[in-house]
Design a protein around this ligand. Structure first.
Ligand SMILES: C[S@@+](CC[C@H](N)C(=O)[O-])C[C@H]1O[C@@H](n2cnc3c(N)ncnc32)[C@H](O)[C@@H]1O
Length: 444
């Protein structure tokens, strides 16, 4: 074992072992090229030791790369050792390779046989240990002596930089544990993370390069293509939960304020029936129609008050439609009510962006108080706590603009409930800060 990096640790061994657990469960935190790890086995009290340290836990994980066509997955044995007093620990991470060859190690993993985090007390500074200032080290077992030499002598080497990065991440995670850090946003409450990742990669492989190459709008293709691929992934998985009898297919969908039509194109290419509506056609529309005859994009100015007042049925959406509002501006606040007025509406997804109120003005309020009594009258006493918690869920208020956004999301929550939809929200895994999706899949 060769020491590669060292730092003081301003945390307890308990925080260290929790941080190690997080590193094992979530290797994607240390590298953007890693998708996730699946835990294949997890044993406690294994009969193995390193010196005076006994193996407390052995996990085998399968690390999956974000781009499986470029790199392969890697199985790895992760072992956590502790001394009897619980003051020292070592966590080893050892790839399982077909042969003892550095070329077998995928790109996203350091080219080493094994690596380890060591938490121990420094004898020279024993006074410090009393205040939980404990050195921890990052070790490697190199394939070759020469490699070890280079790694140690050159702090600029990739290996040394990785060591520092991992040690830094481990320290930050342990610091978070010590200070009671709670995840700010819970993801994956409506659709499963694994299902999302798998479908997202399939859709990306099927569509991304064509869409990037043929982009004809003046906007940034990188932003739109990957964001809409994420939204479509979420919608398709959501539909599987709502329409199990029809293999995840709604009777019809309407993308309200569909803009460039990309979402409609992707859903049509994936075999779903529906259309998009916007007040003006976009350059991309003809291109999408030429590529896929099922792409149905319509120029129409939606008049929500007329549609919802019941005085006209001319522009009601088809019976059973599922409504989608993605950053639909003036239509966002009306969407729950439009869904309510659509005959047998099968649900809605509403992703707010600009803060348009029902009267078409942009809201600048930074607070939106909600009366619990009114919510109780809507959802009933038994659902009050759950609904109030769901109203509270949202982005963190850090800046003034965020607090205005939070107030707006509370306003949309209120309208959603008033229109008779059970409130569910998901923080979408998309590269946008306006990523909160309001889901209506059940009536109150
Ligand atoms: C911010 S853009 C979003 C477009 C698209 N959904 C997206 O995410 O790329 C909002 C769209 O809503 C459309 N829109 C706003 N009010 C509308 C109305 N009353 N009828 C039809 N479309 C409307 C606008 O023309 C615009 O294209």
């Amino acid at each position: 074992w060769i020491p590669l990096a060292q730092s003081t640790a301003n945390h307890s061994i308990h925080a260290w072992s929790k941080a190690i657990e997080q590193l094992i469960y979530h290797p994607e935190q240390s590298s953007s090229t890693i998708l996730r790890a699946d835990i294949l086995s997890d044993e406690e009290g294994v009969d193995s030791s390193i010196g005076h340290l006994r193996c407390k836990r052995r996990l085998v994980r399968n690390i999956l790369p974000r781009r499986p066509n470029l790199d392969k997955n890697l199985e790895q044995v992760c072992e956590v050792y502790m001394n009897r007093q619980g003051s020292e620990g070592i966590a080893t991470l050892t790839p399982i390779l077909p042969s003892d060859n550095a070329d077998e190690v995928p790109y996203y993993h350091p080219k080493v046989r094994s690596l380890a985090f060591h938490f121990c007390k420094d004898n020279d500074e024993s006074a410090i240990t009393r205040f939980y200032i404990v050195p921890s080290r990052f070790y490697i077992v190199p394939f070759e002596e020469e490699q070890a030499f280079n790694a140690i002598t050159s702090p600029q080497s990739r290996l040394s930089r990785t060591a520092l990065l991992l040690l830094d991440l481990q320290s930050r995670l342990a610091f978070g544990v010590e200070n009671g850090y709670k995840k700010r946003v819970e993801h994956d409450l409506i659709v499963d993370r694994k299902d999302y990742q798998e479908l997202y990669m399939q859709l990306r492989d099927r569509h991304a390069s064509f869409l990037m190459e043929t982009w004809c709008e003046s906007t940034d293709p990188g932003k739109h293509v990957f964001e809409d691929l994420g939204i479509v992934t979420f919608i398709i998985l959501l539909w599987r939960t709502i329409f199990p009898q029809t293999n995840g297919r709604p009777p019809n969908f309407v993308d309200v304020g569909c803009g460039n039509g990309l979402l409609v194109y992707l859903l049509a290419k994936e075999g779903f029936t529906g259309f998009g509506v916007d007040v003006q056609a976009r350059k991309s529309w003809d291109q999408y129609r030429n590529c896929c005859s099922e792409v149905d994009l319509r120029v129409e100015s939606i008049d929500p008050p007329a549609m919802c007042s019941g005085t006209t049925s001319s522009n009601l959406f088809p019976e059973g439609s599922f409504l989608i509002g993605n950053h639909a501006d003036e239509l966002t606040s009306w969407l729950p009510l439009m869904a309510h007025c659509t005959p047998n509406c099968s649900g809605l997804v509403n992703i707010p962006c600009c803060r348009f109120d029902l009267d078409g003005t942009i809201s600048s309020r930074s607070k939106y108080p909600i009366d619990e009594k009114e919510i109780e009258a809507i959802v009933g006493k038994q659902n009050l706590t759950k609904t109030m918690q769901e109203i509270q869920r949202g982005p963190f208020a850090e800046a003034d603009t965020t607090s205005r956004n939070i107030a707006y999301l509370r306003y949309i929550s209120h309208l959603h409930l008033q229109a008779g939809w059970q409130l569910e929200k998901e923080a979408l895994r998309i590269p946008s800060t306006k990523n909160w999706a309001f889901v209506g899949r059940k009536r109150i």
